[in-house]
Design a protein. Structure first.
Length: 133
């Protein structure tokens, strides 16, 4: 049987636990009464008033890259260091918010950066005709 820390249970409650760990937890919750009791107790606590650095960091998603950074990640427009951090953030940290953001960008087919560039181009074309060269 897998052991889950209180921190992991809180992350599960906040829907921030990595998908693989969440799946294991949900399977174990079906048969483990003590684990369900621990989860209920943590649900009763309100961590919204917590000023612990880890809680503020997690709630504020301070380590999460912006959507435009994820867009650049998809187009290969990042240096090695930042690309490695983003992979770490997805694979090791297991950030569900960023995984969802990345999946949305991939599903759209075009990235936000591509769409912005296209929009700038389209709005500038008419103005370029008016410029005397």
């Amino acid at each position: 049987m897998t052991t889950f820390s209180d921190q992991e249970l809180r992350a599960y409650i906040a829907e921030e636990l990595a998908v693989g760990r969440s799946t294991l937890l949900e399977h174990q919750l079906a048969t483990d009464e003590r684990l369900r009791d621990r989860l209920r107790a943590l649900l009763g606590e309100s961590d919204s008033a917590s000023l612990a650095l880890r809680d503020v960091w997690r709630r504020g998603q301070l380590s999460c890259p912006s959507r435009s950074t994820w867009s650049d990640y998809l187009t290969g427009g990042l240096g090695d260091g930042l690309r490695q951090y983003l992979q770490f953030h997805l694979e090791e940290v297991g950030c569900r918010v960023c995984a969802a953001n990345l999946a949305d960008l991939q599903q759209r087919g075009g990235t936000d950066a591509d769409q912005r560039s296209r929009k700038f181009f389209e709005t500038s074309v008419g103005r370029l005709r008016d410029v005397d060269v």
